[in-house]
Design a protein around this ligand. Structure first.
Ligand SMILES: C[S@@+](CC[C@H](N)C(=O)[O-])C[C@H]1O[C@@H](n2cnc3c(N)ncnc32)[C@H](O)[C@@H]1O
Length: 221
């Protein structure tokens, strides 16, 4: 994924994007995971946070409802899903500006966010796109700013490995390979983050989900 015409939408096919949010709801899948990622990020009222790959905006809406004083921003590469998110945010009467990502430079100033959160996005990205996105996230985070990622990680056991195959058939074996090998923390560290750890993991019907955390060092630009 090196430009915005070459990305994997939420359900792989652009025509299916509008089904992503109803499917999450139908399987009662999104809410619990989003709440877990938000709990890990421990948003405070002074925080400015970005949801990278915000999809239909569920995390942003939960974050803003939980902490109305926090400044929330969302970005996604898919204009269709951004439209869905904008309508949903509007329906909730919330003020959460969204931006379109071109796949290159993030449209935000250096050191302008306290926290960046991202759920189920990195397994959509090629190795190069992962590195580019992480470099950009590092740039826009303030020193000591935190990155919180929830995504597929190294399977906990053979069953988890097998259950992940349908996700790989949908989203591709190449972008998901780093996830399966448990390489995300290493890639995050290589982008300049310190104290990168897997905070928690969850075995699900589609494989093992890992919750990672990293920090931009105080004296490292
Ligand atoms: C499985 S969905 C997850 C959406 C949302 N974060 C959630 O938890 O429901 C993956 C999202 O990543 C977005 N995406 C794919 N490639 C991207 C990229 N290079 N940069 C930003 N977002 C991307 C897709 O458009 C989609 O909205």
């Amino acid at each position: 994924m090196d430009n915005d015409n070459d990305y994997i939408p939420a359900l792989k096919y652009k025509g299916l994007t509008k089904l992503y949010d109803p499917l999450l709801k139908f399987f009662n899948a999104g809410q619990k995971l989003t709440a877990k990622l938000l709990a890990q990020a421990a948003i405070t009222e002074g925080d400015k946070l970005l949801d990278f790959g915000c999809g239909p905006g569920n995390l942003l809406i939960q974050a803003k409802q939980k902490q109305p004083q926090a400044v929330c921003r969302g970005i996604d590469i898919d204009p269709r899903i951004l439209k869905i998110a904008a309508e949903k945010i509007d329906k909730h009467g919330l003020n959460i500006p969204l931006k379109h990502y071109s796949g290159g430079t993030l449209p935000y100033k250096n050191e302008s966010f306290d926290k960046v959160l991202s759920g189920l996005v990195f397994h959509h990205l090629s190795y190069n796109a992962k590195r580019k996105a992480l470099q950009e996230i590092h740039r826009i985070l303030k020193p000591r700013g935190k990155l919180h990622i929830m995504d597929f990680g190294k399977p906990s056991n053979l069953l988890m490995r097998l259950l992940f195959i349908p996700v790989q058939l949908l989203d591709g074996f190449s972008p998901t390979a780093d996830n399966v090998l448990g390489l995300l923390p290493e890639i995050v560290s290589k982008a300049g983050f310190a104290n990168v750890i897997e905070k928690d993991r969850l075995n699900t019907l589609v494989g093992t989900l890992s919750f990672y955390q990293g920090e931009k060092p105080q004296n490292n630009k």
